[in-house]
Design a protein around this ligand. Structure first.
Ligand code: MOS
Length: 712
């Protein structure tokens, strides 16, 4: 059979619904996840984490557990291999939580202090639970609040932006909103726990892992253990969710240390409880928003001050104040992300980092401003559409925010809405509707891909992409099919193997866009080679791409996805329960590659927004410094019974500078969703709830008298 492309008319695949290419494997259980792939001679590691929130390890009494059945070794700061804790990785300096067992300091509760390795997971767990670790305890401080002592502005580029005179702008404004909003500590809560198996094989370190970027993990491990990058291979075939949490974490490092010590494959799987302490989380936020507007609702002063926390060992900033920088303009414009260092685990990226909590505060404040100006919230937003990026001054690549609102308003039935709050009753339920904007940056990062024309007429694509549940593997299959002008069935899509070379991680809503660019470019190159004619040798013909130059040459523009969120709620005046009755999201988020998986992505994001608005809250015990109920019973994420029908749509919005027109859709779906629900709760009850989650006790305490205040 000859391998040709584009010989017969092939229906374009991009834009058409395509079920997941690995769907059958997943639903039949044939797809194996990192914690369940068999290895001969496998040993099992179990992490032991600190019970104190601050101090020093005085001793690890390992002798007693080393005598327990099946125990092979106990690794801790006294005997673990030394690593390079100062290497510069993708995110700068590593978090010392990850370069584990290097000293006796305990900076927070749940800090990994030892790894017990045994023949079976049960033996490892029993010994780990029996391991006595003695500490010299020091007083800890885990109390987060707005403006508390120790609050500072990080030396980080972009921590603060300022133009004009904010106080003068507010003083001159006809209408002012000045309010404080808080969001709690939130967790990724993906279905699949972190798991890794490490082994040395013919001089190469091999890791079978669950991550958002196999090249990322391989690169960090090589640096940390001072290895030749070519001698590290990381694979991550199927991933049951990541949401920002699945980069390099302590368990992979522990597995590498143990396999290096024992010369056997070692697997480390985290428990849900361990994940709460050592796999990152979204910092709680305290945000003050001050908006000044003229009587027509045009903003003249815009001030967003956000505060989050970080650990004492690593600086991570939850950039809530970034949200307004590309969204709303005013002559006086100020945004700042402040921090406080506490004796808590290091927070990290969580789906829509910054934008999720930032949009709750700002989109709630805009609703308050609309109310004060007597304007419809959509009219207020339309009046404040900027010509260019308010902080960057750059032109927008495309900005179809108001088109999203118009389409959303039509489909949601917004025109009939009476803006007066607290009027609609249905038995004990008060009903209301709310809306909010959404935006998320749209970027691309350099990636490499290889496309091979096989002798049997099929094509193999190799790229170190990660499908963390997004449908990326399927989207890339469609992209490759169109680029080669063949049916998707002729594409073998191979991903998530660091041996395939450098590529963007599944993160920042940039994965599919960055990978699609590289695949398209390699496919184009291959077609040029095939056009020269000649047969296909047994090993096939391979073309490679590297998009570094093309991406570096992209014109500087404000590149974002947009959306309009709508929600209808019912508030039970007797119990304080808020039920979301329906949600609608309309997005302008680039060319939609696969409507089926894209819809899932948006619905997933909006569901997360619902969960953030009403349920999610990790509670830290001030006395012990650790969590109360760190599991999926104590930390409620929206379940099926909490989630109403969610409708999703999009307006046509291809990115003009992307070869496929993609913008990225992984995160924009959550942005603004919690604010739309909070705004709907105000419309139902007349009470502003500025603190998430909007729990029944908060609703009851605040009452349902219009003009009431949920700050009580
Ligand atoms: Mo994400 S929070 O960019 O994985």
């Amino acid at each position: 059979m000859t391998t040709t492309t584009g010989t017969a008319a092939v229906t374009p695949s991009v834009g058409a619904a395509h079920t997941r290419v690995e769907g059958r494997e997943k639903v039949t259980g044939a797809a194996r996840y990192a914690g369940e792939i068999p290895f001969a001679g496998l040993a099992h590691g179990w992490l032991v984490v600190s019970t104190i929130a601050r101090g020093r390890i005085r001793s690890v009494e390992s002798a007693a557990v080393e005598a327990m059945p099946g125990v092979l070794t106990v690794l801790h700061h006294g005997n673990a291999p030394q690593v390079d804790g100062e290497y510069v990785g993708l995110l700068g300096k590593p978090d010392p939580t990850i370069t584990l067992f290097q000293n006796d300091r305990v900076p927070f509760a749940g800090w990994p202090v030892a790894l017990v390795v045994a023949e079976t997971p049960e033996q490892a767990r029993e010994a780990a639970e029996a391991l006595e670790v003695r500490y010299d305890e020091e007083p800890h401080d885990v109390a987060f609040s707005a403006g508390r002592p120790g609050t500072y502005t990080p030396q980080d580029q972009g921590a603060e932006t300022e133009k004009g005179d904010i106080e003068a702008g507010l003083a001159a404004a006809a209408v002012v909103v000045d309010a404080e909003y808080t969001t709690p500590e939130e967790h990724h809560a993906m279905m699949e726990p972190h798991a890794a198996t490490a082994r040395w094989d013919s001089g190469r370190l091999e890791l079978v892992d669950s991550n958002q970027g196999s090249m990322w993990v391989a690169d960090e491990l090589a640096k940390m253990f001072s290895l030749d990058p070519a001698s590290v291979r990381v694979r991550s075939e199927h991933v049951g969710g990541g949401f920002g949490s699945k980069g390099l974490r302590p368990h992979q490092v522990a597995a590498v240390m143990a396999t290096t010590t024992l010369h056997r494959p070692v697997r480390v799987v985290l428990t849900r409880r361990q994940m709460f302490a050592i796999t990152g989380y979204r910092s709680p936020t305290a945000q003050r928003v001050r908006l000044g507007a003229d009587a027509d609702g045009r903003l003249c002063a815009f001030d967003h001050q956000a505060q989050s926390l970080t650990s004492t060992v690593h600086e991570f900033i939850e950039r809530s104040a970034d949200y307004g920088r590309a969204m709303y303009d005013a002559d006086a414009h100020h945004t700042v992300n402040r921090l406080v260092k506490l004796d808590v685990p290091t927070p990290t990226f969580v789906r829509a980092p910054g934008e999720a909590p930032g949009s709750f505060a700002l989109e709630s404040a805009l609703d308050e401003l609309a109310e004060k100006c007597g304007l419809d919230p959509i009219v207020l937003r339309a009046r404040n559409e900027p010509e260019a990026g308010p902080v960057s001054g750059l032109p927008y690549s495309t900005r179809r925010l108001i088109d999203c609102f118009e389409e959303g308003a039509r489909r949601f039935g917004w025109a009939d809405r009476d803006p007066i709050p607290g009027l609609r009753r249905e038995g004990r339920w008060l009903l209301g509707t709310g809306t909010a904007s959404a935006t998320f940056p749209s970027n691309a990062m350099p990636s490499t891909a290889a496309v091979t024309a096989e002798a049997d007429g099929t094509f193999t694509v190799r790229i170190t992409a990660a499908d963390i549940g997004t449908g990326a593997r399927t989207a890339l299959t469609q992209i490759a099919a169109d680029a080669l002008e063949v049916e998707p069935g002729r594409i073998h899509m191979r991903i998530a193997d660091s041996d395939f070379g450098q590529a963007m991680i599944a993160g920042g809503s940039m994965g599919t866009r960055s990978w699609a660019w590289a695949v398209t470019s390699a496919a184009k190159e291959l077609r040029e080679q095939l056009a020269l004619g000649g047969g296909i040798p047994e090993e096939g013909i391979t073309a490679r791409s590297n998009t570094a130059e093309a991406i570096a040459a992209l014109a500087q523009k404000e590149r974002h996805s947009y959306g309009a969120q709508f929600a209808e709620v019912a508030v039970d005046t007797a119990t304080g329960e808020v039920r979301v009755r329906r949600m609608l999201g309309i997005f302008a988020a680039g060319r939609i590659v696969n409507p089926l998986t894209a819809r899932s992505q948006f619905i997933g994001g909006m569901t997360w927004g619902l969960s953030m608005a009403l349920h999610e809250e990790a509670v830290r015990d001030q006395a012990f410094g650790s969590h109360v109920g760190p599991d999926l019973a104590g930390y409620h994420v929206a379940a099926h019974a909490d989630v109403p029908p969610i409708e999703v749509g999009w307006v046509d919005d291809p990115d003009p500078d992307d070869p496929v027109g993609i913008k990225g859709i992984g995160e924009v779906g959550i942005v603004g969703a919690a604010a739309a629900i909070a705004n709907a709760v105000w419309h139902a009850t007349g009470v502003r709830h500025r603190h998430l989650p909007i729990r029944p006790d908060r609703v009851l305490l605040a009452g349902t008298a219009p003009g009431g205040d949920g700050d009580a």
